[in-house]
Design a protein around this ligand. Structure first.
Ligand code: FAM
Length: 443
């Protein structure tokens, strides 16, 4: 039976002629145009990235390799006595577009276990950092510190052909991904558990070992698997995915690229929003001073936030125009596993009230919740209450998607990214020409 690397190579060889044909024969075909609003407004909606790993429809939400979230969970081999699939099976699926067999999955599990050990210098470096450093800074630094391990750099320096770039990138990506749960758990225990580290369990899978090294009992292993898969990929334009792609496009290796992507994820408008959601809820509860929350006082608190010129964390999205299916997947998990949890009930109450408030406020194009509005509740329920750590969990998940993408970027030889900038004066000139043309048209 073919290994993951052999299956991936076959997929790459099958795909390359498609990309080559598009570039050779259809390079001038237009797929969109750019307005002044888009140039100033964060390139929203500009079609300029290509990925086959996931696609985000504004109304349907994410599909991984053509499958919705429930279809993905249903299709992949599951860890015995668990309700969620192996992350390793999902890695295979994202890389190849094929659902692996049980045996293929177990081979990847064994492969990841053999790559899991974190170099001792990572712990030394983390311990040298100020203990109140944000865990995302530690996570990014830990990834960057391992850059010396890059096989891509070694092979590049030896003189490697372009069509071989994917191979050491795949090796780097797998080496790095396999280490991330242990790196994350190390940061958690260093910061919040007096540096009492738990050694890895060589028998466990990606999610299982993460729960073990964090020190959380079952079913936290399944929570971790669900969380990592849900947060993995959201096509290519979001800040963490795009940053990783951009940095890697200079042929910087995956250590440089992922570390940069993680820095983008650390922004409050992106991944850090899940920390912000919990912070908002705790502040709200503090203000209530032990009183039962009501729809009326939730509404008031939302308006207070908006009137203070701040955003409601966990709501809105640059692409989505309905409730995020990643939010729904987590809500269904809560309905099944923690239906009576007070925090879950409060999050549901916010879900009932916030879209109306945001619609009345009239600014956001999407008043519905995104992934971050729900994820902290689950972590809190299972004992992970240090919410400034939540974005690290997001980062471990996001790594799966962006590392699969970077491997394919190298396989298809995508170019160094270099869009063109213009000056404000140029925009003003184009705008006045457009007005003149309109005036002429009106005559
Ligand atoms: N609360 C208040 N105002 C909001 C808002 C929210 N949740 N979402 C959007 N707006 C405002 C936005 O700030 C902008 O105001 P200005 O015109 O004054 O700049 C206006 O509505 C139009 O924004 P938009 O076009 O609807 O959204 P964008 O595409 O510009 O931004 C988000 C998208 C996600 C950055 C934005 O909705 C937001 O700030 N949400 C809160 C933070 C959050 O939850 N981020 C996580 C996103 C998540 F999916 C992820 O990356 N993990």
């Amino acid at each position: 039976m073919a290994t993951l690397k052999e299956t991936l190579l076959a997929k790459i060889q099958e795909h390359r002629p498609r990309t080559q044909k598009l570039v050779k024969e259809h390079a001038d075909v237009k797929i969109g145009e750019v307005t002044i609003g888009q140039a100033i407004g964060g390139a929203r909606g500009v079609r300029m990235l290509v990925t086959d790993i996931s696609y985000l429809d504004p109304f349907e939400g994410i599909r991984f390799r053509g499958k919705t979230i429930p279809e993905t969970f249903a299709a992949l081999p599951k860890v015995p006595k668990s309700e969620y699939p192996y992350v390793e099976a999902f890695w295979w699926f994202l890389l190849t577009g094929e659902v692996p067999t049980e045996q293929q999955t177990l081979e990847v599990v064994t492969d990841f276990q053999s790559r899991r050990a974190v170099p001792a210098y990572v712990g030394d470096m983390l311990r040298a950092m100020a203990r109140d450093t944000h865990p995302m800074t530690m996570f990014s630094a830990a990834i960057l510190s391992m850059q010396r391990e890059s096989l891509f750099v070694k092979r590049y320096n030896e003189g490697m052909k372009k069509d071989e770039h994917w191979e050491p990138t795949y090796e780097d990506a797998t080496n790095l991904l396999a280490k991330l749960p242990s790196v994350a758990a190390m940061i958690y225990r260093l910061k919040y558990k007096d540096d009492k580290q738990i050694p890895a369990d060589p028998k466990l899978d990606f999610g299982g070992n993460f729960a073990h090294q964090m020190g959380f009992p079952k079913p936290y292993d399944d929570v971790a698997r669900m969380y990592f898969i849900l947060h993995s990929d959201h096509e290519s334009g979001n800040v963490s995915a795009h940053t990783t792609h951009l940095v890697a496009s200079a042929l910087s290796d995956v250590y440089y690229a992922l570390s940069a992507g993680i820095n983008g994820l650390a922004g409050p408008l992106h991944g850090l929003a899940n920390q912000e959601v919990l912070r908002w809820i705790m502040k709200f509860q503090e203000k209530l001073g032990g009183k039962e929350p009501t729809e009326e006082n939730v509404k008031q608190a939302l308006w207070d936030t908006l009137k203070a010129g701040q955003v409601i964390p966990g709501y809105g999205h640059a692409v989505l125009r309905k409730t995020d299916p990643r939010y729904i997947a987590q809500m269904e998990f809560c309905q099944k596993n923690l239906p009576n949890d007070p925090l879950f009930k409060l999050v549901n109450m916010i879900y009932k009230v916030a879209p109306g408030v945001l619609t009345e406020h009239g600014k956001t194009k999407n008043p519905w919740p995104n992934v971050d509005a729900q994820s902290g509740v689950i972590q809190w329920y299972y004992g992970l209450k240090e919410w400034d750590f939540y974005t690290v969990l997001f980062g471990v998940g996001r790594a799966i998607g962006v590392l699969a993408n970077t491997t394919w970027d190298r396989a298809l030889g995508y170019a160094i990214e270099r869009p063109k900038s213009v000056t404000t004066k140029m925009l003003e000139d184009v705008a006045s020409q457009a007005i003149k043309a309109d005036d002429l048209g009106a005559d």
